[in-house]
Design a protein around this ligand. Structure first.
Ligand SMILES: Nc1nc2c(ncn2[C@@H]2O[C@H](COP(=O)(O)OP(=O)(O)O)[C@@H](O)[C@H]2O)c(=O)[nH]1
Ligand SMILES: [Mg+2]
Length: 239
């Protein structure tokens, strides 16, 4: 397990109730990991709380962005920082406790033999708990559409819990990723597959947040539908 040079990138927007808990959960699972919080100037003070945690623990760092600018851009900024700092394994994880930190060791193990490892709700053994019906339906529908229309095998291409090798991120032209919202996850999955790299799915149970609010919105869904449809058309013409 390559944990010595692993960093967990956690994007935050108004996660003051959750940020301390998720960071403790990461360190309980992988004490040698680092954490990078990427905060978009959360009005609820998440960024300040993350700074305080960073002041008390050298494993924690914080990247402050000046405004809310979407999950995709937050991750791109975090990845750039993590690559500059020389981390070998770069993990994406939500701040709200939905992603079980206990799965991190298995995901890092799998990263020894794959270029991207997805903590997957929709692979055999994966599950969701307490999620509202409409969110489960949306995730299943989005994944089915992406899988069939983009002709990929990945069952959970929208998952926000995943581990990349640094070499995988370097193989992708991060400067050309335009996705702003949650379709960033499908975008990155497709880029990894198209670069000829391997993807593994490790089953996880995704548990709905107990504190704070979801940042999912209609515009995030519309962006995903338009972009996935466009990528599929481009792939049809490329064959
Ligand atoms: N930095 C940053 N983080 C974001 C943004 N939108 C969502 N997030 C974070 O992305 C993660 C997933 O968002 P969440 O609201 O839980 O989405 P859901 O689980 O699909 O309902 C959480 O840690 C959010 O705080 C954004 O625009 N900027
Ligand atoms: Mg969530």
């Amino acid at each position: 397990m390559e944990t010595a040079r692993a960093i967990v990138v956690i994007p935050t927007y108004n996660e003051a109730e959750n940020i301390a808990t998720v960071i403790s959960a990461v360190f309980a699972a992988v004490p040698t990991a680092s954490v990078l919080v990427v905060d978009d100037a959360s009005p609820d003070g998440t960024g300040r709380m993350a700074d305080e945690l960073a002041a008390g623990d050298p494993r924690v760092e914080v990247l402050h962005r000046t405004m809310r600018d979407g999950l995709g851009h937050a991750y791109l900024a975090g990845f750039t920082r993590a690559l500059e700092e020389g981390f070998e394994s770069i993990i994406e994880m939500d701040a709200d406790g939905s992603h079980p930190a206990s799965a991190l060791p298995a995901m890092l193990d799998s990263l020894a033999t794959h270029d991207l490892v997805i903590g997957s709700r929709w692979t055999p053994g994966g599950a969701v708990a307490n999620w509202p019906r409409h969110r489960e339906w949306l995730s299943r529908a989005a994944n089915t559409y992406a899988r069939l229309w983009l002709r990929i095998r990945v069952r959970d291409s929208t998952a926000g819990f995943r581990a990349f090798r640094a070499s995988t991120l370097r193989a992708i032209d991060l400067g050309h990723v335009e996705s702003r919202g949650y379709c960033f996850q499908i975008d990155m999955t497709l880029r990894v597959i198209d670069a000829g790299l391997s993807v593994a799915e490790v089953p996880i149970t995704f548990v709905d947040r107990v504190a704070g609010r979801s940042k999912m919105s209609g515009s995030i869904v519309v962006e995903a539908m338009l972009r996935v449809t466009g990528w599929g058309v481009r792939r049809l013409f490329r064959r």
